[in-house]
Ligand binder design. Structure first.
Ligand SMILES: [Zn+2]
Length: 405
């Protein structure tokens, strides 16, 4: 509902479209709306990747899963993107930045100015403000809600109070404003800077370690230039150090560096003890996909959809052909994969999915392949040491007496 706030921007684009008789590619209003979509998708793609357990289960930083309280709290995680888009619209409409009047596509000098301002202004300002937010009484009033999310997710990056959103806006906007003030701003800089900023934020919150410790071993100074998901995770959970935006050099300079982050990075990346890799489950439910529409409710697509699995959304209809394509792809070349997990009193439970859909169980030609998939999954569970494996719905019917507890 909050998206109605974009009404004036959409109206401006429509007006310019009418005046110009075509898509107004030189319109800042249009670019602000596109930028909002691109930025939202950056966080969404990181969320999708982080929750594809078949890719990431061995590189998790924290083993725990996300609970429904966190999902509810982070429901409107993109509010900060709305705020920043509206602030952008205000700046575009004001005489503050005359450089914005002429839309320049590319100017390499602007990138240099933005980089200087990021390192010399955004990083120190964010660091000092973040440290201040961890002191009494600011923490309880403005930062505690953000830290209440137990396991960081890319969407957690956007969840915070308006004050935190304004601080992020300042950190992200200052390099852009500086570049435009000195007359070297460009459209490419706006998109590029926003993308890199969001990419690094979403990466840090992804709870999946993607930065190889071997890279830091080969080039040690890099560990002070680029943070890692382990680095941020340690701050988020323990709140004792690692306050920087992206550059640990600030923490090193001010004595708040928690060096355990690099040992955690190694453990998480290599999937060894100390990291959050999902171990051998004690209980596995061997499920299958019900139909094409339900396939779009898996946890790694949209969190809002997967938290309401039985609801039908018309917004999904245009994506039906895409989901159908994935069904064919899975039929051709997928193996049984991990969909979700949870811990019950310290015991790990996982749901695995046979890569087949409900209707395929009624195709005689598909029966042999389904039985083969179930057999392979059971053998794999046996090798791993899974204690209990149960077959869901049609798998139980299809599988020839290979159910055991
Ligand atoms: Zn903090």
């Amino acid at each position: 509902m909050q998206y109605v706030l974009f009404g004036p921007l959409v109206w401006k684009v429509v007006q310019e479209w009418r005046e110009q008789g075509g898509l107004p590619l030189g319109s800042w209003w249009l670019h602000l709306l596109v930028l909002f979509a691109v930025r939202g998708l950056t966080y969404q793609f990181w969320f999708t990747y982080g929750n594809m357990l078949f890719f990431t289960r061995r590189r998790r930083v924290v083993a725990d899963g996300v609970d429904f309280r966190q999902i509810d709290a982070e429901w409107d995680w993109d509010n900060f993107l709305l705020l920043q888009t509206l602030i952008g619209a205000t700046v575009v409409n004001s005489p503050l930045l005359p450089g914005l009047r002429q839309l320049c596509l590319w100017d390499p000098r602007g990138w240099a100015v933005a980089l200087l301002l990021h390192v010399g202004f955004s990083e120190p300002v964010f660091y000092l403000a973040h440290r201040a937010l961890h002191r009494t009484p600011l923490f309880a009033r403005y930062h505690a809600a953000h830290h209440a999310s137990g396991v960081t997710q890319p969407l957690t990056a956007g969840f915070g109070t308006p004050l935190e959103s304004l601080l992020l806006t300042l950190a992200m906007g200052a390099p852009l404003a500086g570049a435009f003030l000195v007359g070297h701003g460009s459209l490419a800089l706006v998109y590029g800077h926003a993308f890199v900023f969001d990419y690094l934020r979403a990466m840090g919150y992804s709870n999946v370690e993607i930065v190889s410790p071997r890279v830091f071993d080969a080039f040690p100074p890099l560990r002070y230039i680029l943070y890692t998901p382990s680095y941020l995770s340690l701050h988020h959970r323990e709140r004792r150090g690692n306050f920087c935006l992206f550059m640990p050099a600030l923490d090193a300079a001010f004595g708040t560096l928690d060096g355990r982050a690099w040992a955690l990075q190694r453990a998480a990346y290599d999937g060894t003890a100390g990291g959050g890799a999902l171990g051998t489950p004690e209980f596995v439910l061997l499920a299958h996909v019900v139909d094409i529409m339900s396939s779009m409710h898996v946890p790694f697509v949209l969190r809002s959809l997967s938290s309401a699995p039985f609801a039908n959304h018309f917004i999904l209809l245009p994506f039906w052909p895409v989901a159908f394509g994935f069904m064919l792809l899975m039929w051709c070349c997928s193996k049984t994969f991990v969909v979700s997990f949870y811990y019950l009193r310290g015991h790990l439970h996982q749901t695995w999915s046979v890569p087949r859909y409900g209707f395929q169980y009624f195709l005689p030609a598909a029966k042999k392949g389904i039985n083969h998939q179930i057999e392979l999954a059971i053998l794999r569970a046996d090798r791993m040491g899974v204690k209990v494996l149960s077959l869901a719905a049609l798998n139980k019917v299809s599988s020839p007496a290979c159910f055991y507890c």
